[in-house]
Design a protein around this ligand. Sequence first.
Ligand SMILES: Nc1ncnc2c1ncn2[C@@H]1O[C@H](COP(=O)(O)OP(=O)(O)OP(=O)(O)O)[C@@H](O)[C@H]1O
Length: 275
Amino acid sequence: MTDSNRVVGHESVGESASVETRLTARGLTHGFGDGAILEDISITVEPGEILAVVGPSGTGKTTLFRLLALFEQPDSGTVEVGGEDVWAMPDEQRLAVRRRIGMGFQTRSLFSTTVADNVAYGLRVRQSWRTRLRDAVEDAFGQTEPSPTVERALETVGMSDKIDRDARSLSAGEAQRVAIARALAPDPDVLLLDEPTSNLDPRNTAAIESAMREARDRGIAVALATHDMQQAQRVSDRTAVLLDSTCIESGPTDRVFETPSDDRVRRFIEGKLVY
Ligand SMILES: Nc1ncnc2c1ncn2[C@@H]1O[C@H](COP(=O)(O)OP(=O)(O)OP(=O)(O)O)[C@@H](O)[C@H]1O
């Protein structure tokens, strides 16, 4: 994959590091005191694919995604980027890797400013202090125009027409789309989306699914946590099923849905396994 076929190009992203895009979790075990929430999970998110992680509510999808996003260190097992254990890296190197991972999590997380500023935020924190200082001065004199990168990220989620809106005035679906644009703007290698369409209407859901496909088609490694089996079937290339604290099945989505090898997966797909 070349930079030219990415969703958005690197724009003054002076401090970012180039890393191999494959993200691997190997033997991850993690808990919060009362036993393990996740046990011995191994999954890989490849560049140019959408991996759906499905499972009932409370099965540990968010916990897994927080580990993949490097928010927390696993109790045991490794998270690897480019074959390297990120928790064995020096802090600075891990931060550089962390900046190549875009995230959209369930909680509403936009800042009280315009849509454009929200999307530009991820770019700003990756800029050198010189560029940030220049932008701050230009901002103070009202000289800034939205960058093409911000415009293109908003285009990807179908929100170009709301670029000047106050983020506080957006609907939940629109806010979620802006949050995804913010994650896409710095041109990440990996995009992690945790239940990005829960409680959204079909129109917003379709816009977000389309943005996921576009990110995948530009070579980004996309992982999606969802309890919506139809969504996993619609958008993902591979599916991993989490149940009883571990990954009980993974493989090409068509295969997992049509001929699951684990009977619990078959019953879960058919809606007969109720947790
Ligand atoms: N910080 C924490 N401290 C204690 N327990 C936690 C913490 N975070 C998550 N848990 C517990 O871990 C389990 C898995 O939670 P998690 O949010 O990862 O599941 P999930 O599959 O994402 O659920 P949902 O689909 O409802 O979002 C739950 O029982 C939850 O209560």
